[in-house]
Design a protein around this ligand. Structure first.
Ligand SMILES: Nc1nc2[nH]cnc2c(=O)[nH]1
Length: 162
């Protein structure tokens, strides 16, 4: 699929959630779950500052969808996210049978930024969603968000180094 103007609007909301997470001491990631009719069903942002590094919004979405949606509703919904799912969240997404993913910045972009800043890499292999969950339709990255997301991640790295 191609990325539509409506997809871009959804991603803008995810970047706002990522900014909210950063402002609250968490990592800058935000995600939403949107039903086939366009209703936003669930939204969350990263919440790792309490010490649980699995508190990713994409993982929260998979758990919420498993509890609250039928298999058909899950398959026809779309997950929007500011950063491409990590391997843990890609696996959770596929295991619960969710549908399309649209992401703003890729795992590859984030890895390159961390390298550029000499910041520690993630403790999980930088696999793409397509590698972990090959049956899931995926769109991204969306270039117009790269500068904004790079700035948010730079601020997180600077904060955590200080
Ligand atoms: N996509 C994504 N990647 C992460 N890497 C570390 N935390 C997160 C998160 O919340 N979401």
């Amino acid at each position: 699929m191609t990325v539509t103007p409506s997809d871009v609007d959804r991603l803008r909301r995810c970047v706002d959630l990522a900014r909210e997470a950063l402002d609250d001491g968490d990592e800058p990631f935000g995600s939403t779950l949107v039903a086939a009719d366009g209703t936003e069903l669930f939204a969350d942002r990263n919440r790792v500052s309490g010490g649980d590094a699995t508190q990713h919004p994409e993982f929260a979405i998979a758990r919420w969808a498993a509890t609250n949606l039928t298999p058909a509703q899950r398959a026809s919904s779309t997950v929007y996210t500011s950063g491409e799912h990590c391997a843990m969240c890609s696996a959770a997404h596929a295991w619960v049978g969710l549908g399309r993913i649209v992401y703003a910045a890729s795992t590859e972009q984030l890895g390159a930024w961390l390298l550029e800043w000499d910041a520690p890499a993630a403790p999980v292999a930088p696999l793409s969603i397509r590698q972990v969950a090959p049956g899931v339709p995926v769109d991204g990255p969306v270039d117009e968000f790269a500068d904004a997301l790079k700035a948010l991640h730079r601020a997180r790295v600077t904060r955590d180094a200080g």
